[in-house]
Design a protein around this ligand. Sequence first.
Ligand code: AMP
Length: 190
Amino acid sequence: MLNLVLFGPPGAGKGTQSKNLIDKYGLIHLSTGDLLRGEIAEGTELGLEAKKLMDEGKLVPDAVVIGMISHKLDANKDAKGFIFDGFPRTVAQAAALDELLESKGSSITAMVALEVNDNELEHRLLLRGKDSGRSDDANPEIIRKRIKEYNDKTAPVADFYRGQDKFNSINGIGSIDEIFAAISEVTEKY
Ligand code: AMP
């Protein structure tokens, strides 16, 4: 199995590059952000709870996203592999993901971190907010809160994978094709 963690701050290009990876390697895309937005659209209780936190730019509780991922792994037993996009966002989530995969006789192959500076991220998210309809992309204050959550809680996840020799840094500024070529090169190393 090819299991990739696509890592990086909001606006780094994880969603865009996930699409390319799905086309090339036939992987299943698991984005906790998309799954949460699906719950909100369906008006579930989980969605209502998550929406409050998402609108404030805060992370939702670990147990919620771990539960969603566990469910999706079970529902896709014959997958060639997965792209984890926007998950894990805390060290506790990374440890839980390792356990979930291990219980299925699998593991994370590699983590690919897209590096983009904060100014560029803010600029990209504000642009995206103009046509994505995502309320958390439209407000500069919420964007800064999301980037702060990333720096405080999510950036340490890189060290978790560094410790397993699975960390790969990629420059997230450049053309979509250039960045995809760099990701493919990493993927083919494993
Ligand atoms: P995203 O689409 O990945 O930018 O996620 C949008 C929002 O959903 C985030 O700002 C968080 O509030 C929430 N979220 C998505 N994934 C996670 C996660 N793995 N852990 C905690 N919160 C998450």
